[in-house]
Design a protein around this ligand. Structure first.
Ligand code: MG
Length: 545
């Protein structure tokens, strides 16, 4: 307790001097997010319960005394008699966004309390950034606070809602996730249990927390699938995993094998697959959340469980992440699970072509020509541009479901990395409505998208040769992602369609988004979920219920 600590410091005449001295002594665990461990006395045993609270402050004013969130203020007054805020102010400038300070033994229930910076109150939507800064600040605060308490091996962490429970749940649950499936269980980092902290007298959005949890768990699932080494995650084992993951989820899974794909005339997909000994699989997921007569949204996820580049082999630095060339498949599976968990009133049909792109004796060669089901011929100019070839047959197959619209998620071109870095996924669409909706979804989730052109200029570059209808790598310099989208449009059944190229956001270094640790990112799963949720929940009262 605060008072007990003061009694242990008879040589100091004032509490303020003592706290200042202790603060200086205990500012020892300065993390990458500049968290500070400050407090009356550090625990000798790992704290069993930790609490994550927030503080608003002007980041440009070092003298700003800070204002605790309503939940933190209530905790401060009720349980610490104001000591929490006193110590926070004495310790120095208020924590900025991404910074955390940890206090120990303020009261008996929570042995460690992390105070996280949120910036100024009501940051809100920034139109130039196309981002809701408040929600992003909450995700970062919740993640960094939990990560600091996790380092202390806290068993259970309680997180306040910071004014938006959905973002708090997202940040905390994504921030806790670590890729350690392949590590010896004895060596794994302990993952604390997370719970929403609330004061009974204050409003509590437990439904928002539930929604954020479903989205974060979906993104974590996508990360888990992406991270699995390619020798463990073949098309067959991916399908087995999906059957297990979606068991009793409300999503039906159909696993279709090579002979089925041959009967469907999926020559393009099978051409890519034949370079590997691993048999291709075509997964079909279905979810019925509303009237069976309502047309489904068709989601297509590119599922190359490994992409060597084929006979046009990639270099080593590019190969390292190519287990993630099934990002589209992982995002679509995770999205379906979240949609079912949230019981969204929508029908979904997900199509996931799974194969390895390898250099076997039957591998496709530059100059090969494939004829697909709609009669068009595709010439393989560059064997490393297999992504569109995998998606073409799924696009043609999608027509049989009479879709409301089609969304495919892929990792086709590294050129989007040059254009955007890791800030947003590239979107191509023939629908202004779909674009506005996915853009708004990205503002809400912080996982943004940006539209690239789907112009005839690129179609001409792909289709202007005499000997075939389309080439998989057109003429002209640059614009490869745009050209791939133009190719896909050639095989699109009528209707609204959106193509997402997420190559650049496949991985993260863990610096740009503090709630995602280094590794596979699972993006843009939450944006895809939000995009679908906003479309089917017009009635505010029925949203996500
Ligand atoms: Mg690829």
């Amino acid at each position: 307790m605060f008072i007990q600590v003061l009694l242990r410091a008879p040589h100091l005449k004032s509490a303020k001097k003592y706290i200042l001295a202790r603060s200086k002594a205990l500012v020892s665990q300065r993390s990458s997010h500049q968290a500070s461990v400050i407090g009356a006395e550090k625990c000798s045993n790992p704290p069993s319960r930790g609490l994550v609270l927030g503080v608003y402050a002007d980041e440009h004013d070092k003298d700003d005394l800070g204002m605790l969130t309503p939940t933190a203020a209530k905790y401060n007054e009720t349980y610490t008699n104001g000591a929490l805020l006193d110590m926070l102010r004495i310790a120095g400038p208020m924590p900025k966004r991404g910074e955390t300070r940890v206090f120990f033994n303020l009261e008996p229930t929570y042995s460690a309390v992390a105070i996280c910076g949120l910036g100024t109150e009501c940051l809100g939507y920034d139109p130039s950034e196309k981002l809701d800064l408040s929600k992003e600040a909450i995700r970062i605060a919740a993640a960094t606070g939990c990560q600091e308490l996790q380092k202390l091996e806290t068993n259970r962490i309680y997180v306040e809602d910071f004014g938006h429970a959905e973002s708090a749940a997202e940040g905390s649950h994504m921030g806790m996730w670590i890729n350690q499936e392949m590590k010896n269980p004895d060596q794994r980092v302990y993952i604390p249990q997370l719970q929403l902290y609330y004061e009974p007298e204050l409003p509590c959005d437990s439904n928002g927390w539930r929604i954020g949890l479903a989205k974060a768990e979906a993104q974590n699932l996508a990360r888990q699938l992406q991270e699995a080494p390619a020798n463990h995650m073949t098309p067959t084992t991916f399908a087995q995993n999906v059957v297990q993951i979606l068991c009793n989820s409300g999503v039906n899974v159909e696993v279709k094998v090579r002979s089925w794909a041959e009967c469907q005339g999926m020559s393009s997909f099978l051409t890519v697959a034949k370079g590997s000994c691993e048999p291709p699989i075509f997964l079909e997921l279905s979810y019925y959340g509303t009237n069976l007569k309502e047309r489904p949204i068709v989601l297509i996820g590119q599922g190359n469980t490994y992409d060597s580049g084929g006979i046009c082999a990639k270099k080593l630095h590019a190969l390292r992440d190519m287990r993630g060339d099934m990002t589209g498949a992982a995002c679509v599976v995770a999205t379906c699970r979240a949609i079912a968990a949230l019981k969204l009133p929508v029908n979904i049909r997900a199509l996931i072509p799974l194969c390895e792109h390898m250099i076997g004796c039957n591998a496709m060669k530059p100059g090969d020509v494939v004829e697909v089901k709609n009669g068009k011929s595709i010439e393989i100019v560059d064997a490393d541009y297999e992504g569109p070839l995998v998606l073409v047959d799924a696009l043609l197959y999608a027509e049989s479901f009479g879709p409301k619209y089609i969304v495919n998620v892929s990792t086709i071109s590294d050129h989007v990395l040059e254009a955007f870095g890791k800030v947003c996924s590239a979107v191509f669409t023939n629908s202004e409505d779909l674009w506005q909706r996915i853009k708004n979804a990205g503002v809400h989730t912080g996982d943004r998208v940006w539209r690239l052109p789907l112009w005839d200029y690129f179609t001409y570059q792909m289709c202007s040769v005499e000997h075939v209808d389309v080439q998989n790598f057109g003429k002209g310099q640059g614009g490869e992602s745009c050209k791939a989208a133009a190719l896909l449009r050639e095989f699109l059944p009528c209707g609204q369609w959106m193509h997402i190229d997420a190559y650049n956001v496949m991985t993260t270094k863990g610096e740009d988004y503090p709630y995602l640790r280094r590794g596979m990112a699972g993006r843009p799963t939450r944006t895809l979920i939000e995009f679908i949720a906003q479309a089917c929940c017009h009635n505010k009262n029925s949203k996500y219920l």
